[in-house]
Design a protein around this ligand. Structure first.
Ligand code: SF4
Length: 175
């Protein structure tokens, strides 16, 4: 977006700083780890950080940037972590695309002075509470959600057989 909007390196750096500060608020109150909080801790945090950065880059105010972060995080509460075939590739790619579009939409809403109603720190606390009630099967263990669908299990099996075959060749690529 910075390149499309023709922003300077300094403006990009300021946006990254805003994003980092939102991240500090999350990290000091809670976590980024999906093993603790599910995908809401990864994708939700990323969306919140990106939304704050985008508002900053678009020349929004500090309250608007924090409102964007709150809105973006709110939309991702409860998102589970269920990597298909026990690999961090799918549905991760789609979830990250979702987080990015969410960030853009929420940045635009905040710039239009949409009221997030819940302050950002309370949204982080809410995500933390949701995580406490989330079963371990939905927190990056590959024991729930899409990870245990027949298609996912079959894919995992296929991939592990392929790995065994490559081990037999002695190529050393999996060591
Ligand atoms: S589902 Fe994928 S992107 Fe989301 S937390 Fe799990 S591993 Fe990360």
């Amino acid at each position: 977006m910075a390149e499309t909007m023709g922003k300077s390196e300094e403006e990009m750096a300021k946006a990254m700083l805003a994003s980092g500060l939102i991240g500090v608020f999350i990290a000091t109150r809670w976590t980024f780890a999906a093993e603790v909080g599910g995908c809401q801790a990864e994708g939700g945090s990323a969306a919140a950080m990106a939304a704050g950065a985008l508002v900053t880059m678009a020349g929004g105010t500090l309250p608007q940037a924090i409102a964007a972060s709150s809105l973006a995080f709110q939309s991702m509460l409860g998102l589970i972590c269920d990597p298909i075939a026990n690999r961090v590739e799918a549905p991760c790619l789609g979830k990250n695309v979702l987080a990015a579009s969410n960030a853009v939409s929420c940045a635009n809403m905040a710039l239009a002075d949409f009221d997030p109603l819940i302050p950002f720190d309370q949204v982080v606390d809410a995500a933390k509470n949701v995580a406490r009630m989330m079963p371990r099967e939905h927190r990056c263990t590959s024991l729930g959600g899409l990870a245990i669908t027949p298609a996912s299990l079959a894919l995992e099996q296929r991939l592990s057989e392929r790995k065994l075959k490559s081990c037999a060749t002695g190529c050393g690529s999996c060591s």
